[in-house]
Design a protein around this ligand. Structure first.
Ligand code: FAD
Length: 387
């Protein structure tokens, strides 16, 4: 190819850029991003950056000079509004058209919303500007209500509580993270929040956001500040309107190629065929955006490579710091090994005797060994905390 355009400017995009230049792709390279910032890391936005501990620059893998040195044209603060597959053209909101030989769609995901009155009074968290807004509001607010007990909701709950706020998490399901980790492990996470003073209410039906709080089916929950954190949906409208195959994300094969051979997709927006798991998967994690970005950089050039790794994830909430690898179903058998009460353990998930996932909590340098065991049949008696 002589011209490659990347739509979206998150981690998948920047790793595709790095990978293309690493493979000595010498053609034109243009990155179009709706946000006015060069690509940056999102994990600190709910943790150290929100807490005011992390330096802003640390979130940016590269400064403007790096893009110049690598001959990457950054079109920041511009959105792609139309994609014409027949003409191999992407149209920007300014009306300008960019032609491409290969296009990477790395448009990520957007916060899911709720169709309830007053929802516009709640903040959401996806971008560095959102994090700034939340940080400023946190400093003023005394009591925070977080709607949604997912990863981002719980991370913000911990950060806000550590910043001196009173925090209540309003979870619709039976337990935060229950639909991901299953009851045994999810209860451990909830217990850490409770021990630290975060109030968690479950089975909550949120009906309205009002000045001064959240109205639920069971009554008012007072709050000075409300964060809506009920998950994210793939930003796939551009691809769908263009006629690409979209089904819970942009459908791509194990080489991240879409239903149009000139167009690829990577990161949170891609629903990709994972050969290690034998199924299509859309993963909303940092490691996946990096690896798929790198992979797309190769496959867009016709080089070898495929989506063949087990998903990886990490989080930090109070003294619960963990890495997770694999993919469990919530009703997989959970086997905990190590000092569970002391908060240093490995959780394993098994289905029909096969390890589907493992999570090391406050035990380090063991995740690669967990990865080796994922997908293999084990005798649960042989599982340890790997120390
Ligand atoms: P994104 O980072 O979403 O980037 C997509 C970019 O494309 C955005 O800038 C968007 O504005 C732009 N865009 C969209 N549409 C257009 C368009 N039409 N034209 C131009 N530009 C467009 N993962 C972990 O594993 N561990 C964590 O601890 C963790 N913490 C997180 C904390 C927060 C607050 C958030 C929001 C995410 C966290 N994640 C974490 C998830 C991780 O950050 C994402 O998986 C990753 O950012 C996905 O990268 P991406 O490049 O696919 O998409």
């Amino acid at each position: 190819p002589r011209s490659i355009v990347i739509v979206g400017g998150g981690l998948a995009a920047v790793h595709a850029v790095e990978s293309l230049r690493d493979q000595e792709y010498a053609g034109r390279l243009t990155l179009v991003c709706r946000e006015p910032h060069a690509p940056y890391e999102r994990p600190p936005l709910s943790k150290g950056y929100l807490a005011g501990k992390d330096d802003r620059d640390a979130a940016f893998p590269h400064d403007a000079g790096w893009y110049r040195d690598n001959d990457v044209t950054l079109r920041l603060g511009e959105a792609a509004t139309d994609l014409r597959l027949d003409e191999r053209v992407v149209v920007l909101d300014s009306g300008e058209s960019l032609g491409y030989d290969r296009l990477l769609v790395a448009t990520g995901a957007s916060p899911r919303t709720l169709q309830i009155p007053g929802i516009e009074k709640a903040l959401t968290l996806r971008t560095i500007d959102d994090s700034e807004r939340l940080k400023a509001a946190m400093a003023e607010g005394k009591r925070l209500a977080v709607i949604g007990g997912g990863w981002i909701g719980l991370e913000v709950a911990a950060t806000a509580h550590q910043a001196g706020m009173e925090v209540v998490v309003l979870e619709a399901g039976g337990r935060p993270l229950g639909h991901l980790l299953g009851p045994v492990v999810a209860d451990h996470v909830a217990a850490i929040h409770a021990k630290n003073g975060v109030e968690i209410r479950t089975g909550v039906q949120v009906e309205e956001v009002v000045d001064g709080g959240v109205r639920t089916a069971d009554g008012m929950v007072a709050a000075d500040l409300v964060l809506l954190a009920v998950g994210a949906t793939p930003t796939s409208g551009l691809a769908e309107a263009a006629g690409l195959d979209v089904d819970g994300g942009i459908v791509v094969d194990e080489r991240l190629q879409t239903s149009d051979p000139h167009v690829f997709a990577a990161g949170d927006v891609a629903n990709a065929h994972n050969t290690a798991l034998g199924q299509r998967l859309r993963v909303e994690h940092w490691d996946n955006a990096i690896r798929q970005g790198k992979l797309a950089g190769r496959t867009m050039l016709g080089l070898e490579g495929g989506y063949d790794w087990q998903p990886y994830f990490f989080t930090d909430q109070f003294d619960f710091s963990m890495e997770y690898v694999g993919r469990n179903a919530p009703d997989d058998e959970a086997v905990l090994r190590g000092d569970v009460d002391g908060g240093e353990y490995v959780a394993w998930w098994l289905r029909d005797g096969v390890v589907t996932a493992g999570m090391n909590v406050n035990i380090w340098d063991v995740n690669d060994r967990i990865r080796e065991l994922v997908g293999t049949k084990v005798d649960p008696a042989d599982l340890t905390d790997l120390r």
